[in-house]
Write a protein that binds this ligand. Structure first.
Ligand code: NAD
Length: 487
């Protein structure tokens, strides 16, 4: 069986199907370390195909009746054991993920991976605490039951893959669905550790399966299988359209967490230093976050003051290795992605947008791009309208609240937004008017797992978080019993 050794840890890269590690791959794909681009790959991962997809769906279909028949309290047990195993392996998971995804090790270990454990605990507990809605009308008692829906396919992106997967898998399992997870091909390795932990946590075979491979191969075979009853996706709008079409063909509910082009709006009554610090923080991890606030919208009267603070904070960034504590900006994930990001910068400059900062590769042959700031010539510029997913921000000014809101709402995206203001009335007013699934005021990325999360426009479909995710993974059933007809 294929194994891989990363920072002294050796583990299997095989798929997990029906509780077994399966590795009869005729072909593989390489996993790279973005911090050492051009070096030998970290290793090879099996490249699943339609046959592997069918095996995984077979297993999830077989396991479904048993898992669905268990009570939420019974299902909670292996989920809590998995959470404990994750907590006990923070170093290990963070080291592997920092190696193939190049997010900062410390941040993964202290902040990101612990959230994965919390996701499994919180959703398992939430399903136990679910209170059926019951009401009486005329002669019947009405109850709303949450019925497990069936096997769910979960397709995830390459950024923060362990945590983002857990966020989607946990509600599916807690609701009584069986799961097939397909991690992204640019950062598949932490899912190999997850596979080990699923076995150790004692999930019944086939309840939680993981298959590796490319999106248009094994991914497509999974999402088009008519036995799958839920499709849950995080990634780009382009892929969402394909998966949504598969869902439409089979009449399968589909949820999509997609890209963003979030505004960071700075009013003239704001704490300018705090806002500038947060804006410069959008370069962390090379801006590879769907919620990165890439459009800086600043009141015209505070532009110069804001930029002075912003430049100072940006100058303090350290471009470096994911394992170096001093690093704030890790590289882009892949050479293809670097070319894509540089293409945006190049086209912006050629079209007449003004480059205020950066715009260049930091070191020849490697995947860092200097923190880049662009002043677009028009709000229609590509750099304003499309997601770059890199360390590239744009800055625009506005004259009043109405213009700030109009600019904020002028793209097709609508995942999140951040406002900086000291006025409660303005926070309430603008917070309501900005079109986004989440609006943070004077704060950022603070998330209560029970609150809904998702996007409007091309940023997504449906909501995750709390009851919203559990409802998505359930077939809600109304049970009506004629009163006094049974005893
Ligand atoms: P992507 O859409 O290219 O790939 C995502 C996943 O889809 C991968 O696992 C890929 O293998 C799979 N896939 C591709 N084609 C497929 C097909 N035809 N059928 C089934 N699966 C297929 O996205 P990416 O480049 O991995 O991730 C970056 C994108 O994800 C950005 O747009 C980012 O904003 C978004 N994202 C959104 C959130 C959120 O919560 N809203 C979080 C993280 C990332």
């Amino acid at each position: 069986m294929a194994t891989i050794t990363v920072r002294g840890q050796t583990f299997s890269t095989a798929h997990l199907i029906d509780g077994q590690r399966v590795d009869d791959a005729e072909s593989t794909f390489p996993s790279h370390n973005p911090c050492h681009w051009g070096a030998a790959p970290l290793g090879a991962v099996p490249r699943g195909d339609a046959k592997v997809a069918t095996l995984a769906v077979d297993a999830a279909v077989r396991a479904f009746p048993g898992w669905a028949a268990m009570s939420p309290a019974e299902r909670r047990e292996p989920m809590h054991r998995l959470a404990a195993l994750i907590d006990a392996s923070l170093d290990r998971i963070a080291a592997v993920e920092a190696s193939d995804m190049a997010m900062r090790f410390e941040s993964l270990k202290m902040r990101v991976i612990p959230r994965a454990a919390r996701n499994f605990r919180v959703y398992a507990d939430m399903a136990v605490a679910y209170e059926e809605r019951v009401w009486h009308s005329n002669t019947t008692a009405n109850r709303v039951l949450r019925m497990p829906a069936g096997p769910a396919v979960i397709i995830t992106p390459w950024n923060a893959p362990f945590m983002l997967s857990s966020w989607k898998v946990a509600p599916a399992l807690a609701a009584g669905n069986t799961v097939i997870l397909k991690p992204a091909e640019w950062s598949p390795l932490s899912a190999c550790l997850l596979a080990e932990m699923i076995v150790e946590a004692g999930f019944p075979p086939g309840v939680f399966n993981i298959v590796h491979g490319l999106g248009h191969e094994v991914g497509d075979a999974l999402v088009t299988d008519p036995r799958v009853r839920r499709l849950s996706f995080t990634g780009s709008p382009a892929t969402a359209r394909k998966i949504g079409a598969a869902g439409a063909k089979n009449i399968v509910p589909f949820t999509a967490e997609l890209g963003g082009k979030a505004p960071l709006i700075v009013f003239d009554d704001a704490d300018i230093d705090m806002a500038a610090k947060k804006a410069a923080g959008q370069y962390d991890d090379s801006g590879q976050s769907c919620m990165a606030n890439t459009r800086l919208l600043v009141h015209q009267s505070v532009r110069d003051e804001f930029l002075a603070h912003f430049y100072a904070y940006t100058a303090a960034h350290v471009l470096g290795d994911a394992f170096d504590d001093a690093t704030t900006i890790t590289p882009l994930i892949h050479g293809d992605h670097l070319d894509r990001v540089l293409g945006f910068v190049d086209r912006a400059i050629k079209s007449g947008d003004k480059l205020l900062l950066g715009g260049k590769r930091h070191r020849e042959g490697q995947l860092w791009i200097e923190p880049t700031l662009i002043e677009p010539q028009s709000n229609e510029s590509e750099i304003v309208q499309n997601e770059v997913f890199g360390p590239v921000l744009s800055i625009q000014t506005f004259a009043d609240e109405a213009e700030a809101v109009a600019l904020a709402n002028s793209t097709r995206y609508g995942l999140s937004a951040v406002l900086y203001t000291s006025s409660a009335a303005r926070a309430e007013r603008v917070g309501r008017l900005v079109r986004a699934g989440t609006v943070w005021v004077n704060c950022y990325l603070i998330r209560d797992l029970t609150a809904p999360f998702g996007g409007t426009g091309i940023s997504g479909l449906g909501r995750e978080g709390g009851d919203f995710a559990l409802d998505f993974h359930s077939d809600l059933k109304t049970l009506q019993i004629l009163e006094d007809s049974v005893s």
